[in-house]
Write a protein that binds this ligand. Structure first.
Ligand SMILES: Nc1ncnc2c1ncn2[C@@H]1O[C@H](COP(=O)(O)OP(=O)(O)OP(=O)(O)O)[C@@H](O)[C@H]1O
Length: 685
């Protein structure tokens, strides 16, 4: 079966089967990751619990909105107390001075609107005085206008200085956060990433990192947007100060009350109306999240090249389209039988009747009356009115920012918790040992755990030998595997499909963790070696060989990064693999770009700018046999090469070799043969 087909099947199973990933809510017990209580991880986890009784033990989908409950507020406070300093510290280290400048300028910019209103009020007052007195001497007016122009220029200067500074700080922060995220991702191992709760954690952490791209309008709030709340706060305070200074002595208190009331009346009206429950950001219910995930999978299936042959062959197009459309309809709230979050036409009409104009007009009545009956100036009333309206507007923005910040705190918590996650295969420092190799290669021993089996006699079957099951599977893929391989020996693993050969290889390669038993490498428990150090001494060619989108040279080079750019090392590798005739018959030899999509074995025009205009660097496919699915002849040749490589020039064994084969003739070459059946070596010689 071809690799793309395998991938397609696993993808389809993922989408169709009874699976944990496809649900918006997760059962609690899927978390296999060790959760220390009181950690950031446990606080983050607790915030995802769905409070309703029928969802007991289930979690919100990644990115799901946390309700503003008492419990969540406490968790948010706890997370911000522990995590904000960590994140702030990270940002502080990048550009301390620039960050300080950014905060100061943000605070300054907050008071600009109040100054603007004040300056404009002075001009209006001057005009009023000129008109009422009939004295049209313009010196003072010109001075005021010049001051206003200077203020405008200064505001513009500060704005551009702030924006330039902000861009530098934001770009560095974005890089630093993305780097941390990438660093965390690449150091994770297979068992950790297979944990569905860790997957969710990383997804929310990714959302936090994405918030640094300045996409707060999509409901993501970065700490920088949160800093901008300072601007809003200083703006609000400056407006309140203006209002206070205008009403000091109680001269126009009734006017203030009337203005504030008329400004917040439309807000109260909107809040009270049925439409108010609609919230653009808060649409991630479990059902919608499930549909969004499915819609995304169907979209990528429709756009993916590697799956194209199967899509055509199995006639999957209508199914993809229908499934996508069904999910998309749910996320868009179209034709849903459930009460829609979207406003109905009547609600929309009701809420869209713009009362603001009417209220503003009404506001003018007391202003006019006050102007006629008091000595107050037109300028001060203009300032007064604009300050009231700006205060209400700023307060609204602050409330909205706080609401988004509340959700942002949990995403920030996810980021900090993700940084705490340790790869499961990493040994604890107190048990870690250095790898000590031998001249002959690895000595491997998979054996029973004597002590445990003696104590737990009745449970011997479950614990005594090397056993393994895949996450989410109750079936053991390896059961009670025991064998011994001396350094320099070779072992052939044979067996039916699905008997556990690849799983055993992955356990030996320390790619997956086994559940029980003991695996000794050079007389030390494999779990005590740091995986990275261990991997420096072992290598493997996988059945599902990965082709990277790049040249043949690069594909060979990734096998040993230090020599990646060395033409002689690449040539030697090509020669050792006996691949000279394949590689040098390609249109551009080792420089030929491999078509990693696997769907087009012929040359195709490049989308890559670097390749375009360079006709000889064309894409080229390789057959399955040319990469990993070897015919008898190729297999024999490869084993000759491996045999040659595993001996010293004087013919002594220097490497231990384990190979999986379906051919008895190949297996006979090995010193030992393990016949796998149902996860267990039945015959071992
Ligand atoms: N990711 C996975 N999740 C759950 N079960 C798995 C997973 N991968 C393999 N299995 C199951 O584990 C068992 C052993 O699979 P494994 O791939 O080790 O078999 P194999 O002997 O290498 O087969 P083949 O010869 O077809 O490559 C099978 O029952 C398989 O269904």
């Amino acid at each position: 079966m071809s690799l793309p087909l395998k991938h397609l099947h696993s993808l389809l199973l993922e989408m169709l089967g009874p699976r944990k990933r496809s649900t918006g809510c997760r059962p609690h017990d899927t978390a296999s990751h060790d959760v220390p209580s009181g950690s950031m991880y446990s606080a983050w986890l607790a915030s995802r619990a769905i409070p309703s009784p029928d969802s007991a033990g289930k979690f919100l989908a990644p990115g799901g909105q946390r309700p503003m409950s008492h419990k969540n507020i406490k968790l948010a406070l706890d997370i911000s107390k522990r995590c904000s300093l960590q994140v702030f510290g990270l940002l502080w280290k990048l550009h301390p001075i620039r960050l300080l400048v950014m905060i100061s300028l943000d605070l300054c910019r907050g008071i600009f609107p109040a100054f603007r209103g004040y300056s404009q009020a002075l001009i209006i007052n001057e005009l009023q005085t000129m008109v009422s007195s009939g004295n049209f001497t313009c010196v003072r007016l010109c001075r005021l206008i010049a001051t206003e122009l200077c203020r405008l220029v200064l505001e513009g200067l500060v704005d551009s200085l702030a924006t330039t500074n902000e861009n530098i700080v934001q770009s560095s922060a974005r890089f630093a956060m993305e780097y941390r995220q990438m660093e965390q991702r690449v150091r994770m191992d297979v068992p950790t990433l297979a944990d569905p709760v860790v997957q969710d954690l990383f997804q929310e952490s990714d959302l936090f990192v994405r918030s640094f791209s300045g996409v707060s309008s999509f409901g993501l709030l970065s700490p920088f947007d949160f800093l901008r709340a300072l601007t809003l706060l200083s703006e609000l305070l400056s407006h309140i100060w203006v209002l206070w200074s205008l009403t000091v002595g109680g001269t126009h208190v009734w006017l203030l009350i009337f203005s504030v009331a008329s400004s917040i009346l439309p807000l109260i009206f909107a809040w009270w109306s049925p439409h108010a429950s609609y919230d653009y950001d808060d649409h991630r219910t479990a059902r919608e999240a499930r549909s969004a995930a499915k819609q995304e999978k169907m979209r990528s299936l429709a756009h993916s090249d590697p799956f194209r042959p199967e899509i055509i062959l199995f006639g999957l197009a209508p199914w993809i389209l229908q499934s996508w459309a069904k999910s998309r309809r749910v996320t868009l709230g179209l034709g849903s039988s459930q009460p829609s979050a979207e406003p109905t036409f009547a609600q929309a009409l009701f809420s869209n009747i713009n009362l603001t104009g009417l209220v503003t007009a009404l506001q003018n009545i007391p202003v006019v009356l006050a102007l006629q009956s008091s000595s107050a100036s037109l300028g001060s009333f203009t300032l007064y009115r604009s300050s009231v309206q700006s205060s209400v507007f700023t307060a609204r923005a602050l409330i909205e920012t706080s609401r988004m910040a509340f959700q942002g705190i949990f995403l920030m918590g996810a980021f900090c918790a993700a940084m705490e996650v340790q790869p499961q295969l990493q040994p604890k420092p107190e048990v870690a040992v250095r790898y000590r190799g031998s001249d002959k290669g690895l000595k491997i021993e998979a054996r029973q755990a004597h002590l445990l089996s003696a104590i737990l006699g009745l449970l011997i079957y479950a614990i005594r030998n090397v056993s393994f099951s895949y996450p989410g599977s109750k079936e053991l893929a390896l059961r009670n595997v025991s064998f011994k391989l001396e350094a320099g020996e070779s072992l052939a693993i044979v067996g039916y499909n699905g008997s556990g050969k690849s799983t055993l290889a992955n356990v030996l390669l320390r790619i997956v963790e086994f559940k029980s038993g003991e695996l000794l490498i050079n007389d030390k428990d494999i779990r005590r070696y740091k995986p990275a150090e261990y991997h420096e001494h072992v290598t493997a060619v996988f059945q599902g060989f990965t082709k990277f989108q790049g040249s043949v040279k690069e594909n060979i080079g990734v096998g040993y990064i230090p020599e990646m750019r060395s033409p002689s090392a690449i040539d030697k590798a090509i020669n050792l693999a006996g691949a000279d005739h394949i590689v040098y018959s390609l249109p551009n030899g080792p420089k030929t770009i491999l078509d990693a999509s696997g769907c087009n074995p012929v040359s195709r025009p490049s989308d890559d700018e670097s390749v375009r205009g360079c006709p000889e660097r064309r894409y080229h496919g390789l057959s399955g046999g040319e990469t990993s699915s070897l015919d008898a002849h190729a297999q024999s040749r490869i084993f000759e090469t491996v045999e040659q490589m595993s001996r010293s020039p004087s013919g002594e064994r220097t490497k231990t070799v384990v190979f999986i084969t379906h051919r008895l003739s190949t297996a006979r070459r090995a010193d030992k043969i393990a016949m796998m059946e149902n996860g267990c070596p039945k015959g071992y010689k």
